[in-house]
Design a protein. Sequence first.
Length: 125
Amino acid sequence: MLAAHVSRVRALYRRILLLHRLLPPDLKALGDRYVKDEFRRHKMVGSDEARRFMQEWEAYAAVLWQQTKENRQNSTEKACFGISLPEEKLNDFRDEQIGQLQELMQEATKPNRQFSITESRKPEC
């Protein structure tokens, strides 16, 4: 059972890093650092948190795959990545997670990015 879980985690981790290769270079670098840190941070969590962790990252991988596919099809427009974070999910975050999210937003919204991140409720892409 544990071996199967470890194998599933590694496969998801590899899939995400492969998907990141399709991102603009600065977004890839940011994403790779964040993913590596999060997977390392969650190595020893309980089964409930591990299940939630995997669900969220699997959803991320699915959204990223869809967005990269759409961005390739619309190659004349500026690439756009991301989704709005529902308020109810945000309310479930611990203070530490809110801090991480704020750091990630500050890093992602620095000037001269090759991609678009909006702060509105719905992505404008």
